[in-house]
Design a protein around this ligand. Structure first.
Ligand code: ZN
Length: 81
C-alpha cells in the first residue's frame, strides 16, 4: 500500500511522465481507501482554479513542482465512474 506522501510524489512523477501502469494502479488503489488524498486532490484543484482567476500565473510547466490541473481533473473524473 502506498503512503499518502508517496501519492503526492506519484503526482509529481506522473506530471513528468515517469510512472509505470503498475504504479498508477497502486495510486488508484490508495485513493479508493484514503478519503484524505481524494480531499487533497479536490482542494488542490480548487486552489489552482482560484489562483488562475485571481491573477494570471506564469505557465505552469515552468514550475517542475506543480501538478497540472488537467491531470488532477482526469484522476477525479475517472473515480466517478
Ligand atoms: Zn492517502
Amino acid at each position: 500500500m502506498l503512503t499518502c506522501r508517496e501519492v503526492i510524489e506519484f503526482l509529481m512523477n506522473y506530471a513528468e511522465g515517469n510512472v509505470t501502469p503498475e504504479e498508477r494502479v497502486r495510486f488508484e488503489e490508495h485513493l479508493a481507501v484514503c478519503p484524505a488524498c481524494v480531499n487533497y486532490l479536490n482542494t488542490y484543484r480548487t486552489t489552482v482554479r482560484l489562483g488562475q482567476q485571481a491573477f494570471k500565473p506564469l505557465p505552469t510547466d515552468a514550475d517542475e513542482s506543480s501538478v497540472p490541473e488537467d491531470l488532477v481533473r482526469a484522476i477525479l473524473d475517472a473515480r466517478r465512474k
